[in-house]
Design a protein around this ligand. Structure first.
Ligand code: FAD
Length: 393
């Protein structure tokens, strides 16, 4: 082949289809149920803000729900947490979450206003909705992302998530379809500051659907007693146990320490699989992602599938009998030793320390009450003397 006919080396420059180029802006679906907005919505607004600033586009919240004060309040909150404006669909059909009306509402909004990126929480509701919206819109969805970024040159979302059982991370792009969709689990992203000075417009849109179009009916809502009690994702302190605890009875040592610290209890997957601990307490890739101020890990090796769920904790204290355990590579403090001896010692030490502090606070309070009493008596005496002196003068 002559020099002239040789093809130039290198990648072909990617060009976005002109029909897709009109998609602009980043949206975050604001999830709420029974009067409570899910924290993951605000975390996604924090992340969405960074992406929107990189692309130089607005960030919007999408709120859907039954007409009422709450629904409007979530729009307001979305602005406080970083949105520039909000899209709102209010309709009595949206009172309880049902896939059909929520999918219809969200896909209609996307088709009308064309955002280039749509983010949802990887919660039970978010996963259900994201899947049906993506298939209805015939676009790509990357589920359970751990990192989001932007290739600004081609306006492409870089959605990173674990793959091959958590041993690798892959970054997925949706080049030829819009919007680019992703779900992110609660606590993977940091909570942004809430700025009550922020304001923005609300764009209202109608739900073009009637009750007879919907095949599901909500007859009654029965809360799951267990899941409501476990608040791992938003706990400030978590005490977690692993296989190093050897037998189920020893897991009580984890519960004892957690009780003294006012902490939540977590566990590794093998303990869930053995039936030692409730499934809702699993921390890790196929469990919950947590971000507490303090994570105490006892008898846990620090396998990657566990690590991805907890290494954003502020302080990690690892207790392990093996000085070469992988968890010591990323723990803040390491205690090498037998968890069955160290856990009760910590429980006793914390119990004594917290009791001493509580006693000191109670003493300081009683002093301040006594001092205030004496001060008020002295003040009354001085005032009465002064008024007597004044009258007799
Ligand atoms: C697809 C997939 C998804 C997964 N998802 C998750 C997940 O979400 N969460 C999760 O946790 N795992 C998950 N796993 C499992 C994960 O790979 C590990 O097997 C698991 O995290 C190990 O749990 P462990 O640390 O309790 O046990 P081990 O790895 O067996 O570690 C036990 C540790 O205890 C220490 N030890 C032993 N005796 C004592 C003692 N007396 N005192 C103190 N320490 C002691 C040992 O030195 C060891 O480091 C997943 C695996 C796969 C394949």
């Amino acid at each position: 082949m002559s020099e002239e006919t040789k093809k130039p080396a290198g990648k072909k420059k990617f060009e976005l289809d002109p029909a897709l180029a009109e998609y602009r802006g980043i949206w975050v679906f604001i999830e709420h149920e029974r009067g409570v907005a899910h924290g993951v919505s605000w975390e996604l607004l924090g992340e969405g803000r960074k992406l929107a600033d990189k692309l130089g586009v607005p960030l919007a919240g999408v709120v859907m729900g039954a007409p009422g004060e709450d629904t409007r309040r979530y729009c307001q909150e979305a602005l406080f947490y970083g949105a520039d404006h909000c899209y709102l669909i209010e309709d009595p059909l949206l009172k309880d979450y049902r896939n059909q009306p929520y999918t219809k509402g969200l896909t209609d909004l996307v088709n009308a206003y064309k955002p280039e990126i749509l983010l949802l929480g990887a919660t039970t509701l978010g996963r259900d909705l994201a899947g049906s919206v993506a298939t209805t819109l015939k676009t790509g969805l990357t589920a359970d992302c751990t990192e989001l970024n932007i290739d600004v040159n081609i306006r492409s979302l870089l959605a990173t998530r674990p793959t091959f059982g958590g041993s690798l991370l892959c970054t997925i792009q949706t080049l030829n379809y819009r919007p680019q969709m992703a779900t992110v689990r609660p606590r993977v992203m940091a909570m942004p500051p809430r700025d009550t000075a922020r304001t923005g417009a609300i764009t209202e849109h109608a739900l073009s659907m009637i009750e007879t179009d919907i095949i599901t009916k909500v007859l009654e809502f029965i809360p799951d007693q267990n899941t409501n009690k476990i608040n791992l994702e938003y706990a400030d302190i978590i005490v977690s146990g692993g296989k190093g605890l050897k037998k189920q009875e020893n897991f009580q040592l984890i519960r004892d320490l957690a009780k003294v610290l006012g902490a939540e209890v977590g566990a590794t997957r093998p303990l869930i699989q053995s039936g030692w601990v409730e499934a809702g307490r699993q921390v890790g890739q196929t469990g919950k992602t947590v971000r507490p101020k303090l994570y105490i890990a006892a008898g846990i090796s620090g396998a990657i599938q566990h690590r991805v769920g907890m290494d954003a904790s502020d302080v990690i204290v690892a207790i392990n009998s093996d000085p070469n355990a992988p968890i010591f590579d990323f723990a803040t403090y390491g205690i090498v030793g037998n968890a069955m001896t160290i856990l009760p010692a910590l429980t006793t030490a914390f119990r004594n320390e917290l009791a001493a502090r509580a006693a000191a606070v109670a003493l300081a309070r009683s002093w301040s009450v006594a001092f205030r009493g004496r001060f008020q008596r002295a003040r009354r005496m001085m005032l009465s003397r002064f008024s007597c002196d004044w009258r007799s003068a």
